[in-house]
Design a protein around this ligand. Structure first.
Ligand SMILES: NC(=O)c1ccc[n+]([C@@H]2O[C@H](COP(=O)([O-])OP(=O)(O)OC[C@H]3O[C@@H](n4cnc5c(N)ncnc54)[C@H](O)[C@@H]3O)[C@@H](O)[C@H]2O)c1
Length: 413
């Protein structure tokens, strides 16, 4: 399609002010999209698609839209302006690329894909075709997260010396047995870091950026699965700062944590509660100048006012009145995407910004398999070779699984 045709198509959509959405992957999460799509201002559900044709047809009947047995049929029907890709993560890439080439805007569920090389290509293809590409990291729009970012970006922490991430996303064996694709190298391309931890890993990367090197260790500790249910790593940051990462589906909360220790303060986000401590004087100044051998900097816990709605997203409140309680985050991201396409609002979750957490996950896996420190950005070809080998050599046979297309009611992962 020529750029002229694309421009014509997008300006037509802008005039009509309603974007037609296709949902690719009518499983647990995909049906969640179907349920809320017509409640998003200027959006409507126009089609569903699933390689399981019976599932596609059932969703089509339930939501009163045409259904398709694969994404190429959906593209050919020309009934969509935007697609939401809600398939298992290794199957985000190809539908995304084909839809972008056809001039459709794309939002992909997290993680973008299972490997950074294909995520790079998704970003490049969107750019080449002049379409919008977004990723569903809905937690970024939570008021508490907006507040944390505001504190960090306005310099309240000063230079960051240590960053800790602890992701406790307990899952039982029944969960892993609910889909043949789950927790396999072929079906997911990774374990806890690929499926359950990406939201927290994404916030961690938004807060403190990517490390320059990692030393990782992954293992399958308690579940009968092929991929890791526990991942840990030492992180080195470009400024010499240090970091720790621990992600597990064996351990349950409380204790989900991002903690940043900076020169001027400490920020703690624990189980969704934010605390901020201000140091006076700053750490470096106190270490160098204090003449009392047992003195420490003063530490003040600062009151934090977290408005229910962050001011950047006030316009997104309307749909939330009618959205199921479990999906306010998805509704906000979709509202932002629609408003970005139609009215030029700043895109809160650009596809390119989804690469960071994936880069970190791939780096920890690569380091664990190589048994040494790995520098970031990682070698795409080395990671591809590792993952292809793991997929090729996989001998894991999934025990009798009871397939369930039902997503976490709290949308934790
Ligand atoms: N943002 C969140 O909080 C959140 C929550 C849950 C799931 N997810 C993500 O959503 C995605 C799907 O998860 P789920 O729980 O809905 O899985 P699921 O197994 O319930 O559904 C996946 C569906 O995709 C279909 N499918 C597979 N390959 C396809 C293809 N090439 N084209 C069309 N359909 C295809 C399957 O038949 C299945 O119906 C995953 O990437 C997961 O990480 C995100």
């Amino acid at each position: 399609m020529s750029s002229k045709q694309r421009t014509r198509r997008s300006s037509t959509s802008r005039q009509s002010r309603t974007l037609r959405f296709g949902v690719i992957g009518a499983g647990g999460m995909g049906q969640g999209y179907c349920r809320i799509m017509n409640m998003i201002p200027h959006a409507r559900l126009a089609a569903v698609c699933d390689v399981n044709r019976a599932a596609a047809e059932e969703a089509g009947r339930t939501f009163g839209v045409p259904s398709f047995g694969n994404h190429l049929e959906l593209i050919k029907a020309k009934v969509c302006d935007v697609v939401a890709i809600v398939t298992p993560h290794p199957f985000h890439y190809q539908p995304a690329l084909d839809c972008m080439h056809a001039g459709l805007h794309v939002i992909s569920e997290k993680p973008l894909t299972e490997r950074v090389s294909t995520a790079d290509r998704m970003v490049a293809t969107a750019k080449k075709n002049g379409v919008v590409f977004a990723v569903m990291f809905q937690n970024r729009l939570k008021p508490v997260v907006c507040k944390a970012l505001e504190l960090i970006r306005s310099g309240h922490l000063g230079e960051i010396y240590r960053a800790t991430l602890m992701v406790l996303e307990y899952r039982n064996q029944c969960y892993y047995n609910s889909g043949a694709w789950r927790a396999t190298w072929k079906g997911e391309g990774g374990g806890v870091m690929m499926n359950q931890a990406p939201h927290m890993m994404d916030l961690f990367v938004q807060f403190c950026g990517l490390p320059s090197a990692v030393f990782g260790r992954t293992c399958t500790r308690m579940h009968d699965i092929e991929v890791e249910d526990q991942a840990e790593a030492l992180l080195k940051f470009p400024n010499g700062g240090t970091g720790y990462l621990y992600c597990s589906t064996c351990e349950t909360g409380p204790g989900q944590l991002i903690e940043l220790f900076g020169d001027k303060g400490k920020l703690v986000m624990r189980d969704g509660e934010l605390s901020f401590y201000h140091f006076h004087p700053g750490i470096r100044a106190h270490i160098k100048t204090c003449e009392d051998m047992w003195a420490k900097p003063n530490v003040f816990q600062m009151p934090i006012n977290i408005p229910q709605v962050h001011s950047s997203y006030e316009d997104y409140e309307a749909p939330l009145q009618v959205i199921p309680e479990s999906q306010p985050g998805h509704a906000k991201v979709l509202t932002n995407l629609v408003r970005h396409i139609l009215f030029g609002d700043k895109l809160a979750t650009p596809g390119a910004s989804g690469i960071g957490s994936l880069e970190l996950a791939n780096a920890v896996t690569l380091s664990s398999h190589e048994g040494r420190w790995v520098n970031l950005p990682i070698s795409r070809s080395k990671y591809d070779a590792l993952l292809s080998r793991l997929q090729r050599e996989s001998k894991f046979v999934k025990k009798a699984a009871k397939v369930q297309r039902a997503t976490d009611p709290k949308l934790g992962a």
